[in-house]
Structure formats: C-alpha cells, structure tokens
Design a protein around this ligand. Structure first.
Ligand code: 5RP
Length: 223
C-alpha cells in the first residue's frame, strides 16, 4: 500500500497544476491519486476532472473534486492511472479493475498519461497477467471462440455470485491467457479487428511517464 500511495502522490505533485483538467484513473493506486487531489482541492487547488469509472467518479464526488461531463471536454491535460503490467517500452496491460474501455478513451484524450505502479508491476514482457478484453454481450461465446483461435485461453470474468461481471458500459469481460506477449502492438491490432471486441487492456505507446513506488514509501519517475 505504501508503494502505491507514494507513486500516486509523486505523480500528483509532478503533474497537476492549478487550472488543469485531470483524468482520474481506476484501481487501488489511482485511489491514492484521487485522495491526494481531494486534499489539494480542499486547500484551494482549482482543477476539473473526468473519471474513468463509476467507482472513481463516486470517490471524487465524495471528496468534493469538481467533475466535468465528457461533452464539455476537448482535451485532458493529464491523466494519472494505474496498470497491471508495464514493459520496458512502457507498453501496458490494464483492466484488472474492469475499467479498461473508459481508461483508454480518457488516456487517448489526454496530452499526458502518467502511470503509477508499485515495483511488482514492472515486467520484461507483458502476459503473465491475463489480458482483460471487453466484449459485447451479444454472441459472446462466438467472440470467445474467435479469441481462443488467436492462441489464448479465454474465460468470462465472473462475480462472487457466479454471474458474469458487467462493466460500467454494459459489456462482458474476458480474461485471455496468452502467456508472454511477444508482439503487443500486433496482438492489439488483431483484437481490434475482431467483431464483438470492444477494447482490450493493451495500451500501446500511450504512457508518457511511469512512476514506480517501492516498499518503504520511496517513489521514482522513470522519465
Ligand atoms: C483498472 C486498471 C487498474 O489501473 C489496474 O488494474 C491496476 O490496479 P491497481 O492499481 O489496483 O493495482 O486498469 O481497470
């Protein structure tokens, strides 16, 4: 926890200034960035934000952080978000928290995407974590079979009650075990070309800064 908190707080310190529009990530690391922003807003920082999930939206609201609707945004100054894996080229695996679609929309609308992780998220190659893929409900079994034919072992994400998890966007999620992903950009292109796939958790070439937190509470920017 201290590693995630340290990374998130350093990201806010380094990247957020008065007057900015800030994208709020999702997950247990982004949580600390939102907490820090709440603290700064209470001290007078003027920002506006856009959240990447209903959970982050509710957290920001509870902290009194001003939020915009996407219709009122042309560009986001900076987004601070977590990741499940980060490779040496800063390609990311995201979506462990199920928010990958909104996270990618917000990341792609941001001038700068800052990724905050603990050291355990740094990997040589993506793929130890099963790749989350958001798919539409209609024909989901067909989509699952298409993805299996691409060389992974896919499984529908289930909630504790055994029912399929439904994302904030009303879709299902597949966990796709590809093993080590040698060519993430090619895999992302293939997934995008598969009908039924809404978005994958591969974020290729989007991160502009990676901040790593360590046990003991130290954090370092890899920029
Ligand atoms: C949510 C995400 C998260 O950023 C990712 O799963 C990392 O989560 P955490 O900071 O809790 O380890 O992509 O969809």
């Amino acid at each position: 926890m201290e590693a995630k908190k340290a990374a998130a707080e350093l990201a806010v310190e380094r990247s957020v200034q008065d007057g900015m529009i800030v994208g709020l990530g999702t997950g247990s690391t982004a949580y600390w960035a939102i907490q820090k922003l709440g603290e700064l807003v209470r001290q007078g920082l003027r920002i506006q934000t856009v959240a990447t999930s209903v959970a982050s939206e509710e957290l920001a609201r509870s902290l009194g952080i001003p939020q915009l609707v996407t219709a009122d945004i042309t560009e986001i100054d900076v987004t601070i978000d977590g990741a499940d894996e980060v490779d040496p080229q800063w390609n990311l695996m995201k979506g462990g928290g199920g928010a990958l679609l909104r996270e990618k929309i917000v990341a792609c609308a941001s001038r700068k995407l800052v990724i905050v992780v603990d050291e355990g998220k740094l990997v040589q190659q993506l793929g130890a974590f099963p790749l989350p893929v958001e798919i539409v409900k209609f024909g989901w079994e067909l989509t699952l079979r298409k993805l299996r034919a691409m060389g992974c072992e896919p499984a529908l994400r289930l909630a504790a009650d055994g029912q399929p998890v439904v994302t904030d966007n009303g879709n299902y999620l597949l966990h796709c075990r590809f093993g080590a992903i040698a060519q993430p950009a090619e895999l992302q292109a293939a997934l995008q070309g598969t009908p039924g796939v809404v978005e994958s958790g591969l974020f290729i070439g989007l991160a502009r800064e990676v901040i790593v937190g360590y046990t003991g509470g130290k954090a370092v920017s890899l920029v």
